[in-house]
Design a protein around this ligand. Structure first.
Ligand SMILES: Cc1cc2nc3c(=O)[nH]c(=O)nc-3n(C[C@H](O)[C@H](O)[C@H](O)COP(=O)(O)OP(=O)(O)OC[C@H]3O[C@@H](n4cnc5c(N)ncnc54)[C@H](O)[C@@H]3O)c2cc1C
Length: 397
């Protein structure tokens, strides 16, 4: 196992970190105080700068104009970009598009690639991913009510989805629907590409999440599919392959998420240390950093971030060397370890800032609100824990 990086990657990371510090972190004030939709023209300019520096699409395959980085390399990029909430978006590797690009690259037909994958990787359009349903448990995804029934050359889709992140402003959605109800449970569902302007694709609302409904990329949609008709040629892969595609999408996606969360940890940690070192708490000029409990939070956070980071790089290295299937327990472990580390670190950083931490004058309150979801999406922590335990206990039977 070698996490050493090439000279080229060192330069890439330096350039990204510099861009994040100079172009993105100063822009956060506007990001926090404006509707995402209104920021699109400025974000487009920033994306153009990234393209000019040839840093666009770090995870995209080279033939699609990306950098074609390995899992470990892209993990490191994701960590650098995660220091700001707009990093991934500006570099064209934001979820859920990144995952959609991966499966379109693997499974789309030539026609689908031309129509959806190419403009998506170029950043000309956005996409969303509609799997979770309002009335069904996302933790047991085989329980799906959404159906896609054949009618002539079309599918007719009916169902009620939510948490379709970034649906607002998306050009198309990849929808998970039951196409083969009589097949074994894991072969019942398929993924189908549904352009969002198809009649019957109804964006009911952007769900208010922690006090924020947002817009465009920064939103989570509730979607009602009502007799939504799309050609059968919009099927992705084969019928009944939905869960195989979902697995392909989620494995690498978890590395991106975890490294992004580690970027968030680094940012919160730096803010905590800076505040602790400068906030005077007594007339003799002593700062918060002189207090043992604050020192304890700082050293515990440093150790926990390092442990989580090494676990994540190890999982990425396992994906690169033995594949996502073999590495599934490593991937499941980082999901809950990193999500919980992030929450502890953000919480401590916020606490160190006192009343200031609760305001939107720093990024911490935003991170506190938005990143709570990390323990729920991409599989709730408890689901990953029970899956790991099942695999471990099998050996003791
Ligand atoms: C911010 C955010 C963005 C999201 N983006 C998307 C998206 O783009 N596309 C999409 O399709 N979905 C998305 N989701 C949905 C997400 O994947 C689901 O919320 C998640 O899978 C959990 O499903 P659920 O909400 O139905 O919870 P449930 O399945 O109802 O579970 C509720 C709780 O029960 C507990 N639980 C569940 N199963 C077990 C078990 N086996 N053992 C012990 N405890 C258990 C867990 O604590 C869990 O949190 C997003 C969610 C959030 C919060």
């Amino acid at each position: 196992m070698d996490f050493g990086i090439s000279d080229k990657m060192k330069i890439v990371l330096e350039m990204i970190n510099e861009f994040v510090d100079k172009e993105l972190i100063p822009f956060e004030k506007e990001f926090l105080n404006n509707d995402f939709k209104e920021l699109l023209p400025i974000l487009k300019e920033k994306r153009a700068l990234v393209k000019k520096m040839e840093l666009w699409g770090p995870n995209h395959p080279v033939e699609l104009g990306g950098m074609g980085l390995s899992m470990v390399e892209h993990g490191l990029v994701s960590e650098a970009l995660g220091r700001t909430p707009i990093g991934h978006y500006v570099f064209g590797c934001q979820a859920p598009d990144a995952g959609n690009i991966e499966i379109l690259h693997l499974y789309a037909t030539e026609e689908q690639k031309k129509k959806y994958l190419e403009p998506l990787t170029a950043g000309d359009i956005r996409s969303c991913f509609a799997m979770t349903e309002v009335d069904m448990p996302g933790s047991n995804p085989v329980m799906l009510e959404t159906t896609a029934i054949k009618d002539g050359k079309d599918y007719i889709i009916n169902g009620h989805k939510w948490y379709t992140s970034g649906a607002d402003g998306s050009n198309f959605s990849i929808v998970m629907a039951v196409t083969n109800p009589d097949a074994p449970v894991y072969a019942q569902a398929s993924m189908i590409i549904v352009p969002t302007d198809t009649p019957g694709f109804n964006l009911v609302r952007n769900i208010p999440v922690m006090g924020h409904s947002g817009s465009d990329y920064s939103s989570h949609g509730e979607i009602l599919f009502q007799s939504c008709r799309v050609p059968q040629s919009n099927l992705l892969g084969q019928e009944g392959m939905g869960f195989i595609l979902a697995q392909d999408r989620l494995g690498p996606g978890r590395i991106h998420h975890c490294m992004r969360w580690l970027g968030i940890c680094n940012r919160a940690f730096d803010l905590m240390c800076k505040r602790a070192s400068t906030r005077k708490i007594s007339p003799d000029g002593k700062t918060l950093s002189s207090k043992q409990i604050i020192q304890e939070w700082i050293s515990e956070s440093a150790a926990e971030i390092q442990a989580a980071r090494l676990m994540t790089l190890y999982a990425a290295w396992r994906i690169d060397t033995v594949g996502a299937k073999e590495a599934r327990d490593d991937i499941a472990m980082i999901k809950f370890v990193v999500a919980n580390t992030m929450q502890k670190v953000i919480d401590r950083a916020l606490q160190v800032h006192g009343g200031l931490g609760m305001t939107d004058d720093t990024i911490l309150a935003y991170l506190y609100r938005h990143e709570r979801a990390a323990r729920i999406y991409d599989g709730a922590d408890e689901v990953h824990k029970s899956s790991i335990a099942r695999h471990i206990l099998r050996k003791f039977k």
